[in-house]
Design a protein around this ligand. Structure first.
Ligand SMILES: Cc1cc2nc3c(=O)[nH]c(=O)nc-3n(C[C@H](O)[C@H](O)[C@H](O)COP(=O)(O)OP(=O)(O)OC[C@H]3O[C@@H](n4cnc5c(N)ncnc54)[C@H](O)[C@@H]3O)c2cc1C
Length: 316
């Protein structure tokens, strides 16, 4: 059976996480000699590199009603593609879109559902994190349809050439049950959940006016910026930057924690990062236990030196 990957986009470009999805779908489908179908809903002028990431087919339902996510309409569109192309399995991003439609799609498809997958299936067994990333859980679905959500940055968006045949569909859709009133876009070039590198700072920064050194380091690394909860709560940084148990959960390739103690609630949102670097003047700071690399020192010395060292390295 082909595997469907639901592509997320902003109307102009395909999100990086969707290349991971389609690449995952292609590799999963290949395990049973089948192919991946990338499903694009709403207006998108350029399908980007979906074909070179493994999409044998790109099914596009360009109905402008799908420019915004209405879960019932999205599920109806996906069901139409599943039926038309004989697909049972669907990979969604573990994003607000993926999570908002996964339950309805599962019921409508009489499928099994696994949230937060972080590896390709091996011998039919799927893996996800559990207990805030401190454990791994394994699932073997019974035969039949399966819907999964895939954690961002957990599998590489591997290049794998496929036909990328574009097929336009225009199924009947139910009326929308939601009207999007307004979207206020957050500042910043790199959205935090999408970022592969994150520079994050906490109360050790002492004052919001000191954030220039964090932004400079982030710019040098082309990283997103993040912060601990008290920093957002006191208004030093915007709330969308707050990571942790009650904030955004991220899993970048590189997480640099500066002047953050490493409380369990903070770690819950970042401890799936591939490499963690901690800069703290207190050698006993709990964060060092979760760190791959640690620098004990005053952040106001260490951070500018690190930024300069990266600049020098680039120029050498
Ligand atoms: C229910 C609940 C949910 C929570 N959810 C979250 C969450 O989602 N995310 C989150 O972050 N927190 C969360 N918290 C708060 C969490 O418990 C901690 O209080 C918080 O993470 C601490 O933030 P911090 O590390 O920035 O500050 P602090 O704990 O004050 O640590 C500051 C660190 O900076 C270091 N430092 C100070 N000066 C310097 C310097 N000059 N150079 C280098 N290092 C320096 C200090 O040694 C210290 O380790 C939650 C708490 C509760 C109760």
């Amino acid at each position: 059976m082909p595997v469907i990957a639901l592509i997320e986009h902003d109307g102009i470009t395909v999100k990086k996480s969707s290349y991971e999805l389609v690449s995952y779908a292609a590799r999963w489908a290949a395990q049973s000699g089948d192919h991946a179908i990338a499903v694009v809903l709403g207006s998108l002028s350029d399908h980007g590199e979906l074909a070179s990431h493994g999409a044998a087919k790109i099914v596009h339902i360009a109905d402008s009603a799908l420019d915004h996510v209405d879960p019932r309409q999205y599920v109806s569109a996906l069901r139409a593609v599943m039926q038309e192309h004989g697909a049972e399995h669907v990979v969604l991003a573990h994003s607000s879109t993926g999570k908002s439609i996964s339950g309805i799609l599962t019921v409508a498809s009489d499928a099994a559902l696994i949230h937060g997958i972080n590896a390709l299936p091996a011998d039919g067994v799927f893996r996800r994190g559990a207990y805030s990333g401190k454990a791994l859980a394994y699932y073997r679905p019974e035969a039949g349809p399966l819907v999964i959500t895939l954690m961002g940055n957990s599998v590489p968006a591997e290049k794998q050439d496929a036909a990328g045949e574009v097929i336009n569909m225009s199924p009947d859709l139910p009326a929308a049950q939601l009207t999007r009133v307004e979207v206020k876009k957050v500042d910043g070039d790199i959205p935090l959940p999408e970022a592969s590198k994150v520079v994050s700072a906490g109360r050790g920064m002492k004052d919001p006016d000191n954030w220039g050194i964090i932004e400079e380091l982030a710019a040098e690394l082309q990283a997103a910026t993040a912060c601990s909860r008290p920093v957002a709560d006191t208004g030093w940084r915007p709330h969308h930057e707050h990571v942790g148990q009650t904030g955004v959960a991220i899993r970048p390739n590189l997480y640099i924690a500066i002047g953050i103690s490493g409380a369990i609630q903070h770690l819950a949102g970042v401890n799936n990062s591939k490499t963690i670097v901690v800069i703290n003047k207190d050698p006993e700071a709990p964060f060092f236990k979760a760190a791959d690399y640690g620098v004990v020192g005053d952040l106001f010395d260490v951070v500018p030196s690190l930024t300069q060292a990266i600049k020098d390295y680039r120029q050498s």
